[in-house]
Design a protein. Structure first.
Lengths: 494, 443
């Protein structure tokens, strides 16, 4: 095609597995049944079998390995460079945690094995619950939710059950700040609740007067992220907690930003009743290209009866699952949670142990330092001191017309991932940076230097930056056209 | 500390640049009485001590590979080719983020597109999403999708659905007024108040249903038909889409993912074209880059929470991308032919074990004459939990004693064979079962 720049062999278009093989009937056959075989028609009388094989080709392993190798080179990842995504906490995932989760004693055990055969797994879950409870200041923690949003919904279901058990049935509304993650209102809607948005003030924190004006007997809960999505600590949190509790509402803590506080301050001490955690953020389990995550939910003693079943209980030196909890909201997923992620988070927590606050200290220092290095380049969304992340904007920077998306895409050319762009939605042209504690000063200096280069490039030739990225395996992808005529699967030609 | 790269010198330089005297000053916005809680946490561990500690915990579990395992019940021990584990162990995949920046995420995006395509091929349906948490939440999402599509609020669910799936459907529906009706004959039970009919293939107890009449009955009632399908069974049996089903969901765990005490696994969902915009979760679509080259991107995001907030089709933010990658590599390695062979070997072995067990005095099929694939129920004399305990003492995890999920089935056990169940293990099962029979039961 004209105008396509020459690329390395692994760049440009990569064939799909469907284009690497059309062998739908072969595949590995080394497994002999080893028992006297009978015709399927005899074993499965009257059962309708597949008439034609599924179009899933068997790809010879050497071909498949190279396909995966090329695809791997087309991903940015943490072993390659910084991932300064705000609110996502893309910290380094310790390699040893990956190895430990793969031990046969963890990976090769079945959720329905007798408790006597899985004492180590139950003990790990029991201990992890205590560690997370201690760090959050919560009485009990369910490890069952599979992700943060799943944890939010689980927490809201428990809040509903708490009010219902008290005969307080009129609480159908959930208050959410305008800067909240999109999952907060979506989870509330999924729980069948009405969402009311609370305004932020000029400092970027909750407008307490606006909050008070919404608080009444119809409010089940107020959901907060603290530090909020601007990276600003909600300094009025104690006043907010008191106001909410006075009106009979509960306070929900979205743990997406716990990395700023871990070991330094506890949501429970601030007055929160329900806390969800993202183990894939603060507790370093890998993001996996979009999951699996893990979203445990902690509650105060007043809500413990409503936890999903089963819980893990200890009798002396034996551990068991307890499914006999009559007030429970039920199960929120199959079995007991993303156990493999729990192993990783447990390993991470045991590594830090009582020094866990070192994580928050370096996370906040790194973010404040990066902010100091970028503040002459990009205006900050709010003047308020921020913690583990901060929000800048290209609006008002020295190149008119330079947009957040252009900076984001050009960063990719330098082997740096983009910050979270266009969030929170309250800030135009937002760039939300969160370096995490696992970046070195050298790495932050490099990021700041690259940002300066990009602004300089835009000053000289804005079009060049707007056409970025130039050096990635593919150039800017037309998302609008992709959504207009969605092609969501491969189909055989012809 | 192991994962903190900066030392005292760097911290000093950074504090000076920020313009504060100490790290504690960075936390001054936090009210004083909240700061520095005294925490009861264990001492930090060096990597070597950590490994020792977790290896000790792991050793307190009896891995399935160290016993003769006949336990299935929704989680299956299937052989996982080495390339599957090697692929998901690559940091390029496991340490990557959700692929929002398409240009730096083509690896993840393309593997998800391949996953979606393979799930469509397996289920015989038009569109599949990028994955969900597990089979149970996928089933619940499908039910809520049917509620939204039909404006009705009742679900007819086959009585032999997996109890974990049923429980999660109930929890999902409870906040939104969903009524769940269990039925032994869903085709007859479906009526014009129903949003959907849900059937599992195979059912929790291993039984197979004739799918086409169920889909037809749902359609006649104006309800959507939902099949909770085992993906390996889909390689052998008529797929749900071809039988007329609107939605197929299930758990992809049998496709190259270890049991891991119940998670992480991966949910899948495939639907007819008309339901595409109601799908929950991520979708990857084919696109073009500015040079006209084929590329992939997240698409139809207008359904999702970060755009639509409370009006989104679901609150799902992440999927289970890495587990979907494992399933994709597994399926590409095996192909449809290899998958079918895995299914056939499992069927042959399970039937061989079944035939030999029911020859034993005291053991009988429940219910007799029912077709099954690789999982079946037998009645044993007395309490099946006691039978399982006796078998366990002989190194055999004999199956799931059904009293654990249904008190009326205390004398029954659900037994499973896969391609990892060796013929020698089957011989040992039969011999041990004969020894476990109470004396005199033969009469």
């Amino acid at each position: 095609m004209n105008g396509v720049p020459p690329t390395a062999e692994w760049a440009g278009e990569e064939p799909l597995v469907f284009e690497l093989s059309t062998d739908y009937e072969g595949g590995p056959r080394e497994v002999a049944s080893g028992v006297p075989e009978r015709p399927l028609a005899e074993l499965l009388p009257g059962v309708r079998l597949r008439a034609v094989p599924a179009q899933i080709p068997a790809v010879p392993e050497p071909v498949l390995a190279r396909h995966l190798g090329r695809l791997a080179r087309r991903n940015h990842h943490l072993h390659h460079g910084i991932y300064p995504l705000g609110s996502c906490t893309m910290k380094y995932n310790p390699v040893v945690d990956e190895q430990l989760a793969g031990l046969p004693g963890f990976a090769d055990i079945h959720p329905y094995q007798d408790a006597a055969d899985v004492q180590g797994a139950l003990q790990l879950m029991w201990e992890l619950e205590r560690l997370l409870g201690e760090i959050t200041g919560m009485a009990r923690v369910s490890l069952q939710p599979a992700a943060g949003a799943h944890g939010e919904w689980t927490g809201l279901r428990m809040i509903q059950a708490y009010h219902a058990a008290r005969g307080d049935t009129g609480r159908t509304r959930v208050l959410v700040p305008d800067s909240a993650h999109g999952t907060n209102p979506a989870s509330a809607a999924l729980a069948g609740m009405e969402v009311v948005t609370v305004r932020s003030n000029a400092a970027g924190t909750v407008d307490v007067d606006d909050l008070r004006s919404h608080l009444d007997g119809s409010v089940a809960a107020f959901m907060m992220t603290n530090p909020n999505t601007l990276g600003v600590f909600e300094k009025d949190v104690l006043e907010i907690a008191e106001a909410a509790h006075q009106e009979g509402a509960l306070l929900y803590y979205d743990g997406a930003n716990l990395n700023a506080l871990v070991g330094m301050a506890r949501p429970g001490d601030m007055g929160f009743d329900v806390v969800h955690l993202n183990l894939h953020k603060t507790f370093s389990t890998p993001h996996g290209g979009g999951g699996p995550g893990s979203g445990p939910v902690g509650v105060t003693a007043a809500l413990a009866a409503f936890l999903p079943t089963p819980t893990v209980e200890r009798d002396g030196d034996r551990f068991r699952l307890d499914g006999d909890r009559p007030q429970s909201i039920g199960k929120v997923r199959s079995f007991y949670g993303n156990f493999g992620m729990l192993v990783r988070a447990y390993a991470y927590l045991r590594t830090y142990g009582s020094s866990i606050s070192d994580v928050a200290r370096d996370a906040v220092l790194n973010a404040r330092y990066l902010r100091s290095q970028l503040q002459d380049l990009f205006p900050m969304a709010v003047p308020t001191a921020s913690m583990h992340e901060f929000v800048a904007t290209t609006r008002g920077c020295r190149v008119p017309g330079l947009r957040a998306i252009d900076v984001s895409k050009r960063l990719l050319d330098f082997g740096v991932y983009a910050p979270t762009a266009y969030f929170p939605t309250t800030v135009p042209e937002a760039l939300m940076f969160e370096p995490t504690e696992t970046e070195s000063k050298r790495s932050l200096d490099l990021l700041a230097a690259i940002c300066a280069v990009i602004v300089g490039e835009a000053e000289g030739d804005l079009g060049f930056v707007q056409a970025a990225p130039h050096l990635t395996p593919v150039s800017r992808v037309d998302e609008v056209e992709a959504a207009r005529k969605p092609i969501l699967r491969w189909r055989a030609p012809g | 500390m192991a994962y903190l790269p900066n030392g005292a010198a760097e911290r000093r330089q950074m504090l000076d640049a920020v313009g504060v005297a100490s790290v504690d000053d960075l936390f001054s916005a936090i009210p004083g009485r909240l700061r520095h809680p005294s925490l009861d946490l264990p001492a930090p561990l060096a990597e070597q001590d950590l490994v020792g500690e977790l290896e000790r915990l792991a050793a307190r579990n009896h891995a399935l590979g160290t016993v003769d395992a006949f336990l299935g019940a929704g989680v299956y021990r299937r052989y996982i080719p080495a390339i599957v584990r090697a692929s998901i162990a690559r940091p390029e995949f496991y340490s990557a983020y959700t692929p929002y920046q398409a240009e730096a995420s083509q690896g993840t995006l393309q593997t998800i597109f391949e996953f979606q395509s393979m799930i469509c091929a397996l289920t015989g349906l038009d569109v599949a999403n990028a994955s969900l948490y597990d089979g149970a939440t996928a089933s619940a999402e499908a039910v809520m999708m049917a509620v939204a599509q039909t404006g009705r609020s009742r679900a007819v669910v086959a009585a032999d659905i997996h109890p974990e799936v049923l429980s999660v459907i109930r929890t999902f529906g409870a906040g939104r007024g969903l009524e769940v009706v269990l039925s032994g004959d869903v085709a007859r039970a479906a009526g014009d108040r129903d949003a959907c009919v849900v059937v599992a293939q195979p059912g929790f107890l291993g039984t197979l249903s004739e799918l086409a009449p169920i889909a037809a009955a749902a359609r006649a009632a104006g309800a959507l038909s939902i099949c909770v399908a085992d993906p390996v069974a889909c390689a052998l049996l008529e797929p749900p889409g071809e039988a007329g089903f609107d939605i197929a969901v299930g758990d992809g765990q049998p496709l190259g993912i270890p049991p891991s005490f119940g998670g992480p696994h991966v949910g899948f969902m495939a639907v007819r074209q008309e339901l595409m915009r109601r799908l929950p979760g991520r979708l990857v679509g084919e696109a073009r880059d500015h040079h006209g080259r084929r590329a992939y991107t997240l698409t139809l995001q207008a359904r999702e929470q970060h755009i639509r907030r409370e009006k989104a089709t679901s609150n799902i933010c992440t999927n289970h991308a890495l587990m979907a990658l494992a399933a994709t590599v597994y399926m590409a390695r095996m192909g449809a032919g290899g998958l079918r062979r895995v299914a056939e070997v499992s069927v042959q072995r399970a039937h061989h074990l079944f035939d030999r067990l029911v020859e034993l005095d005291g053991i009988s099929a429940v219910p007799p004459g029912q077709p099954f694939l690789w999982e079946f129920v037998v009645r044993v004399p007395g309490d099946a939990a006691e039978f399982a305990a006796q078998m366990r003492r002989q190194g055999i995890v004999a199956g799931l004693p059904l009293g654990r999920v249904d008190p009326s089935r205390r004398d029954q056990i659900l037994v499973c064979c896969t391609e990892t169940t060796s013929p020698a293990a089957i011989d040992r099962y039969v011999a041990a079962a004969a020894r476990a029979m109470p004396a005199g039961e033969a009469a």
